[in-house]
Ligand binder design. Sequence first.
Ligand code: ARG
Length: 422
Amino acid sequence: KLCALARACSSPRLVSNISNTNVNIKGSAIETEYKIEEATLEWSAQAPPSKPNPFHLDLSPKDCPVSSYNEWDPLKEVIVGRVEGACVPEFTIEVKANSYEKNWPFFKEYGGKPFPKEFMKKGKEEIEEFCRVLTAEGVTVRRPEILDFSEVYKTPDFSSRGLYAAMPRDYLLVVGNQLIEAPMAWRSRYMEHRAYRPLIKEYFLKGAKWCAGPKPLLSNELYDYDYPIQNVAQRHELAFEGKFVTTEFEPTFDAADFIRCGRDIFAQRSQVTNYFGIEWMRRQLGSDYNLHILTFKDPNPMHIDATFNTIAPGIVLANPDRPCGQIELFKKAGWKVVHPPKPVISDSHPLWLSSKWLSMNVLMLSPTRVVVEKDEIPIQKMFESLGIECIKVNIRHANSFGGGFHCWTTDVRREGTLQSYL
Ligand code: ARG
């Protein structure tokens, strides 16, 4: 009876039709006396008026603000990450498995705290300069939110602090008109979406497709707590045998373990991307795409873009220290396989979350223009010999956070359409 009355009262027009209705509240007891059957019938016969869905957009895919099919077509809009709010990850098993022994004392000392002041300050200035250069090149630059990643969060399975919104490449994958949020394997990256959601919602409202990998639990079952990670030789061996710190408990991947080359997309099983996650991606992308799994001789596979990158139709940049098991695929298709020269960054410059090969982690502005590190003269010469013009920018302190130009960005829109290049 109370329900019927409540329903009746939710319609003001109806309330005036109710006759002889008294509601008495005495203490906690509610006494009702009513006669609303007729009114209820009339109410339930009324269908709500049809209103246009304010979110509906009739948009041709070519007008979508999100559109990027490969790593080289002329760049129009890009998200550039942020230093602000960054927090050194706590020294958990997944961080240990992905970092070199010489950096372990750093994580033990700084874990859960901001990165050292000088790097926060200089890294921020460098990235701002990088944004200015991109803008001057005619590229629209977008930035994630500023958040405090040192805040602790807790789920029923774990608790952690955050990391940063410095590397949009790790989090967001754009394939055509679709934005794909990665279900990342690091506990410190579980809340990273919060920095990108305003941008993602905006792109969705303007017509992009939007999906996110299945939200992972990141419970203990995802990690191999016995994973032996004492030295580089041992890591080589483990990676070769296909053993990683993450298990196949649930799908996980980082967006940066995928390289887009039109209808062909390349992925690697890494410390953060498991086969379960790669299979999720394959089905999500559907029959328009061929997803290939590549393997490399890499002691520390995490993020493919300092190992392998397709930088123009017919040119693949392949790390000479990390041979690719499937390179014949490219050679047979007539591609040029280019091995970049050794990086020149000094041993004393800290790289807490990567190797020195960030030198090849470049951002293509078009097939003939590349953003490359100012000090890395040998790789600049290599690009020039390929007819690729270098735009030189210095982000050495920003490198220390774990990425080069490719990691620090996610391209949202490039010219061009879906094509087959292999
Ligand atoms: N694991 C790579 C290396 O050390 C670093 C790749 C960084 N890429 C990225 N998208 N965060 O060579």
